[in-house]
Write a protein that binds this ligand. Structure first.
Ligand SMILES: Nc1nc2c(ncn2[C@@H]2O[C@H](COP(=O)(O)OP(=O)(O)OP(=O)(O)O)[C@@H](O)[C@H]2O)c(=O)[nH]1
Ligand SMILES: [Mg+2]
Length: 250
C-alpha cells in the first residue's frame, strides 16, 4: 500500500523503443518517496509488455497491467488510475510513453500541484509560454478545437493533453464518471473537473514530436475526438461553469 504516494500511469501501445528511455528518465528524477509507475499495455505486438516486465524487475517499483488487445487510450488510463487509487496513491500523474512529454517537466507539474492544491494540473502547449513542435493541418485543427472549446465552455487553453497530475478525489471521479474509451477521455477529464468545481492549473510546456514509433491518433481516433468535441459543445454548455485559472507561484 502506497499511502500519499505518487502513481505515474503510462499507457502503451507499440512503444518498445520509447518506454525504456522514459522509465530510465523518470527513475533518475527526484520523485516523491514510494512513487510507483503503472504501465498499461494492450498486448503490443512489438513486445512492450515484456520490456516493461524487465524494467519492473530491474527497478522494483513498476506495476504492469497487460490487457488482451488494443482497447483504447482512455480505458487504459482508467485501468491505470484505478490501480494507483487502489494502492492508496494521493496523486496520479499520467503521461505519454513516446517522450513527447519531457520527463524533466514532471517536477514542475508536481510542484504546481503541491503549491496550488489544484485537483488537475495540466501541462499545456497552448497556454502562454507553451510550445508545440507539431505543424500542419492536424496541429491547426487541434489548436482550433481547443480554442473553440475554450471560447464556448470556458475550458483551459488545452484539453487534449495527457500530461497531467490528478488529485486523488478527481482520479476517483474520472474513473467513476469517465465514459470515453479512446482519446476523448482527455477533454472529458477537464469537463468532469469543471462539473465538480475542482480547480485546474495549467503549466506551459514544450510539446515535441514523438521520439520513435508511430502515432496512435489515426483518422478514426481524430474523427471520434471531433465527434466528442461537437457533442460536448451542445451537451455541456448549460451550467458547466467557467474555468478559473489558478496560477502556480513563479
Ligand atoms: N494501452 C494503450 N495505449 C494507447 C492506446 N492508444 C494510444 N496509446 C498510448 O497513448 C499515448 C498517446 O498516444 P500517441 O500515439 O502518442 O498519441 P498523440 O501523442 O496524440 O499522437 P502523436 O503526437 O502523433 O504521437 C502513447 O503512449 C500510446 O502508446 C491504446 O489503445 N491502448
Ligand atoms: Mg504522442
Amino acid at each position: 500500500m502506497v499511502v500519499d504516494g505518487l502513481g505515474v500511469v503510462i499507457a502503451t501501445y507499440n512503444e518498445a523503443g520509447n518506454l525504456p528511455r522514459l522509465v530510465d528518465a523518470l527513475q533518475a528524477l527526484p520523485l516523491p518517496d514510494g512513487a510507483r509507475i503503472y504501465v498499461v499495455d494492450d498486448n503490443s505486438p512489438d513486445g512492450t509488455s515484456s520490456i516493461a516486465r524487465k524494467l519492473g524487475s530491474h527497478y522494483g517499483n513498476i506495476s504492469l497491467i497487460t490487457r488482451p488487445a488494443r482497447l483504447g487510450l482512455g480505458s487504459a488510463l482508467v485501468d491505470g488510475i484505478t490501480a494507483a487509487v487502489k494502492d492508496g496513491c494521493g496523486r496520479v500523474l499520467t503521461m505519454d510513453a513516446d517522450l513527447s512529454h519531457d520527463p524533466r517537466d514532471v517536477p514542475r507539474l508536481l510542484e504546481a500541484a503541491g503549491e496550488t492544491g489544484a485537483d488537475l494540473v495540466q501541462a499545456s502547449r497552448y497556454t502562454p509560454g507553451g510550445r508545440n513542435s507539431h505543424s500542419g493541418w492536424q496541429a491547426t485543427a487541434s489548436r482550433l478545437a481547443n480554442g473553440v472549446f475554450r471560447l464556448v465552455l470556458g475550458t483551459p487553453h488545452e484539453t487534449t493533453t495527457n500530461f497531467r497530475v490528478f488529485s486523488r478525489r478527481l482520479a476517483e471521479r474520472v474513473v467513476r464518471e469517465g465514459r470515453g474509451r479512446h482519446f476523448e477521455f482527455q477533454p472529458e477529464c477537464v469537463l468532469i473537473a469543471m462539473k465538480h468545481r475542482m480547480p485546474i492549473v495549467e503549466v506551459p510546456i514544450a510539446f515535441t514530436e514523438r521520439a520513435g514509433g508511430r502515432s496512435k491518433l489515426g483518422p478514426v481516433q481524430q474523427l471520434r475526438l471531433l465527434g466528442f468535441f461537437l457533442w460536448a459543445l451542445i451537451a455541456f454548455r448549460p451550467g458547466l461553469g467557467r474555468f478559473s485559472p489558478r496560477r502556480p507561484a513563479a
